[in-house]
Design a protein around this ligand. Sequence first.
Ligand code: PLP
Length: 443
Amino acid sequence: IIDECPPDLNWPEDLFPDLPPLLHGHPDIHLRNGILEADQNPHPDAERAFFVADLSQVYKQHLRWRKCLPEIQPFYAVKCNPDPYILRLLAALGTGFDCASNGEISQVLSIGGIDPARIIFANPCKAVSFIRNAAKMDVHMMTFDNADELYKIARAHPGAKLVVRILTDDSKALCQLGIKFGAPLAAVPALLAKAKELNLDVIGVSFHVGSGNYDPSVYTDAISRARSAFDMGEDIGYHFSLLDVGGGFEDALFEQASSYLTDAIESYFPDRSGLRIIAEPGRFYVSTAFSIATNIIARRAPLGDEAAVAAPSEQPTVMYYINDGVYGAFNCILFDHQVVHPYVLSMGKSFHVAANEPVQTSSVWGPTCDSIDCVCRTVSLPVGLRVGDWLGFANMGAYTVCAASQFNGFQVSKVVYTAGVFRSGEVRGLLAQFASEVEKDNV
Ligand code: PLP
């Protein structure tokens, strides 16, 4: 990965002056003579769940983006994972940032050396004080989808560069944003007329096909609607120069979505001279970069039938309690409609689960006293799994840490960083190695 870095980016020392070359953050892992070692006497926190962030994975996604969508500048959606190292990496790689609030704008600008023109304030319904603050910070690009927003902007930031957010089909998405945001095309002419009347500068059109969109073909219809909005702008006397294709890009479908998007742009915007195209990807950049290791802190027999969580044939025979749950990292199950799949990181003294290891139907629960705190209702796990063993979960980078709470007094799981020395498959090995060093009180 170091070889793949652009020549002006000295990886990772220049980028992360305070990040040790391999790992950062865990109290029990140290690098000695190039070998990872854990302390002999574990820190009291040693059983705590922790994320492993592979920053090289974020970089790889960026390379993928540049290959598939070279014409489209990504403005990373900070809300998805505002991890400071990710933001610094993306800043160094030259992306822009989609911010939803004052807090995110401040966080991005605090990196240093970021031109506020690299920020789009992509929240169509902002507090007037936030709009005023954006003006003060020289953040000019912002979205709107209603007339009241235009009045607020005319008052608090009359020099803003506005982008009208239109409604598109997000029915195939995990998170449908259209029930809250986006002006239907029929409402756009009146909105633009109001903007003109208020002397506001509308520079373009944005949309969001929904977060986690599993129908890559939606971009064809979305771009056709954007074309109509461009034409409506012309009718009112604007000449738009910005097309913002939003987020929603799923890792597994990225190449397909890129191809639909590129084709649609080609057919609806054949003459693109003077047109800037941006996007607001979040999930695509970070989802695969984070894994989480969780410790089994308790185990018990299932409750009686009256508390059944599954069909009789799928009744779990054992319940495992791990030390992160839906009030923490796994809030993605509730808020982001994710289904997560555990894998065994360590079992007893072993880190390899034999293929013929007997399994049983199990359920996995978070650590709080709330019964909604269920991570997996039914999952096959080895019969030999005990308290003290570790379970891992992949693809935990998007909409996880950022929305984690400390409900019941549980701390948000810390992040341990790797800077690309480990290939992604080796992250699992790293987790296993760490697990091997932690003393366990097996039941
Ligand atoms: N842009 C806006 C305005 C959003 O609301 C979101 C997610 O909610 C994103 C971009 C990022 O979407 P995704 O993570 O699906 O790429």
